[in-house]
Design a protein. Structure first.
Length: 180
């Protein structure tokens, strides 16, 4: 597998988080309007990853009908519904991985860490929504599990500019993420 940087001991994976119909589409249940502006940037990251043979992992909300999260947020990304599907512009390909999640972090109660260890991953590139929720908590867990994290800031979006900036600052200062 080719490496993103020069170091022989680094192995990367690209995570595409919650770029789902229920978050991205206009008028969607939990619409993040800024998410539409990051689609092309994420597509470029995916193309770069494919050229470098970097695994692409889609981490996607897949809630049950009666998910406790719906007490806090409107019903969204219910497993088996169109709202839980990755948007058409970023559909996974056959060689990509798809991890279902039901909490903010892509690690919590998922097979992500096991997959990353199997792939020999040391460094994650995080993209998707929402910067101050799923991206932030995934970064926190990645850091605590010993992964290095890079966040292309044009590839993440939040509901507000303030929340977006706060999360980027937290990820940089607290979890030593590289914001590029």
């Amino acid at each position: 597998m080719k490496k993103l940087n020069q170091s022989d001991n680094e192995s990367y994976a690209l995570l595409v988080t919650d770029m789902l119909n229920d978050f991205v589409n206009k008028g969607a249940t939990l619409e993040v309007p800024a998410a539409r502006a990051i689609i092309q940037h994420i597509r470029k990251e995916i193309e770069k990853a494919r050229k470098r043979h970097i695994p692409i992992i889609y981490c996607c909300d897949a809630h049950k009908d009666n998910d406790p999260e719906f007490k806090l947020w409107p019903r969204h990304a219910v497993k088996g519904t169109a709202g839980a599907d990755v948007i058409e512009q970023l559909k996974p390909q056959e060689d990509d991985y798809v991890i279902s999640k039901t909490y903010y972090s892509c690690f919590y109660k998922t097979s992500l860490d096991k997959l990353l260890k199997k792939l020999g991953t040391t460094h994650l590139i995080l993209t998707g929504v929402v910067t101050n929720i799923c991206i932030l908590y995934t970064t926190a867990e990645a850091y605590m599990r010993g992964y290095k994290v890079t966040i292309p800031q044009k590839c993440v979006a939040a509901l507000t500019k303030n929340e977006h900036q706060f999360a980027l600052q937290q990820m940089k200062c607290i979890f030593h993420a590289e914001i590029v």
